[in-house]
Ligand binder design. Structure first.
Ligand code: GUN
Ligand code: ZN
Length: 447
């Protein structure tokens, strides 16, 4: 990207925390170094460990001193809508009313390129200032708005998987396409943007409610043309939505089957929500290796329901986290993790107690796995890209106070998820490029 700033060699000194393995599978997944270091060469991590050990092996490397905060792998948001940043805060509606009254009118405005460009800038700013380094982004219905978005995304330096959203019924006429147009525009966008730098393409039917069988088949045709491409959509979010889909696809066994019959369910499939799945749907999702983007803030805001995490994990379905901006409550993956934990508590015996290590895993490594990027990002093991977020609370803030008194790394990490906000995100890197640095605004002006 044009803002490439990655130094050839750098030793980053910080308190480190990451989850190179799943805490749902075995204890001890959280790795921490109180005074740790990462040696980064050309954007890749080449060594990690205690600072003094690494320093001894490379006494001449320049050091970036990040003591006083915590360095985490960059967050990975597996479900977030680019055209919805300006409709954040629409409270008190269930899904179908929220779509009609809140977001779809706004999504129509992205027909205008200048409007789309402005929204793209605001959206990417939201991601990076919250420490998100990789995102699977639900795009706009307009191909022109996707060109604007991909251009801005490339300039941002973020790792972005995104695609044009397609629908051909039940939304608003200006948001509708046809199978032939969807295929043609998707083909052009993929050839132009997929694999350019850190960008990748995702075939994105909005949801079965707004897609004919023919449209879903045109999506599958694109996937056939470009192996390795991602597919993303929504599933089983809201009971009314599920009823409407059942009526629209009388031959389908269930919601997943509407995608399955079109050939859209595989290892590169990421489905958002899955609040009300059947056992058959869970078994098929597990067997095909697809992933679910769990969006607890959105599920709460729209009253969609409480995510059955235990059933997903028991069936063997991969689960990661998404903010679902704008039905969710913002870009913070820390808040998303906290809300996930809260909602599992609401389930009582049927819930899974989520500790800080589970939240970090869901917000980083699990997302990398869901997107097929686990060899590249998601934790700090050597050979991964240096994709990182440095959280450094203001002195005297409640988070600062709690961190100072934390008795263990787990307690410190739990404090970060409970109290951390956008204000605590101090610096963010992708492949060693600094994509965000907090500017301290002066609070008292000299008079
Ligand atoms: N289902 C179809 N479109 C949307 C959307 O924009 N947000 C959410 N939460 N669910 C959807
Ligand atoms: Zn969504």
């Amino acid at each position: 990207p044009p803002n490439r700033t990655s130094p050839a060699l750098m030793l980053y000194r910080a308190a480190l925390m990451h989850t190179p393995s799943s805490p749902f599978e075995a204890p001890g997944a959280l790795h921490t170094e109180a005074d740790g270091a990462l040696l980064v060469r050309d954007g890749q991590i080449v060594a990690s460990g205690p600072y003094h050990d690494l320093r001894a092996t490379c006494p001449d490397a320049p050091v970036t001193d990040l003591r006083g905060g915590v360095l985490l792998p960059g967050f990975i948001d597996t479900h977030v809508h680019y055209p919805q940043v300006r409709v954040l805060g629409g409270l008190g509606m269930p899904l179908l009313d929220w779509l009609d009254h809140n977001t779809l009118p706004e999504e129509g405005r992205l027909a205008e390129a200048a409007y789309a460009r402005a929204v793209a800038g605001e959206f990417l700013q939201g991601l990076r200032t919250n420490g998100t380094t990789t995102a699977l982004v639900f795009g706009s219905h307009f191909a022109g708005a996707m060109d604007e978005f991909f251009a801005e995304a490339q300039a941002s330096g973020l790792r972005i998987v995104a695609g044009q959203v397609v629908s051909d019924r039940l939304l608003r006429p200006e948001l509708h396409t046809t199978p032939a147009q969807a295929y043609a525009e998707g083909h052009t966008l993929i050839r132009r943007w997929h694999g350019q730098g850190r960008l990748r393409y995702a075939v994105t039917p909005r949801f079965s409610l707004s897609a004919s069988e023919g449209l879903l088949e045109s999506c599958a045709a694109l996937m056939g043309d470009f192996p390795g491409i991602t597919m993303t959509s929504h599933i089983n979010e809201n009971r009314r939505e599920i009823e409407v889909v059942r009526g629209l696809f009388p031959g389908a066994r269930d919601y997943l089957d509407t995608y399955e019959r079109a050939g859209l369910v595989g290892a590169r499939t990421v489905l958002a929500h899955s609040v009300h799945p059947s056992d058959r749907e869970l078994d098929v999702m597990a067997g095909r290796g697809c992933a679910v983007a769990h969006c607890p803030c959105s599920n709460s805001a729209l009253g969609s329901g409480v995510f059955p995490l235990r059933r997903h994990l028991t069936a063997g379905v991969q689960v990661a986290l998404g903010t679902d901006v704008g039905a969710g409550s913002g870009f913070s993956m820390l808040k998303e993790g906290l809300q996930a934990s809260f909602m599992q508590q609401l389930l009582g015996e049927e819930g899974i107690t989520l500790g800080a290590e589970h939240l970090l895993y869901l917000a980083t490594r699990a997302g990398a796995q869901a997107l097929g990027l686990e060899a590249t990002t998601g934790d700090f093991t050597p050979s991964k890209a240096f994709d990182a977020v440095y959280l450094q609370p203001d002195q005297g803030s409640t988070l600062d106070t709690v961190l100072r008194h934390a008795g263990s790394p787990e307690q410190a990490l739990a404090a970060l998820f409970t109290l951390g906000t956008q204000a605590d995100v101090a610096r963010v890197w992708v492949v060693g490029d600094e994509v965000y640095s907090r500017q301290k605004s002066s609070t008292s002006l000299a008079t």
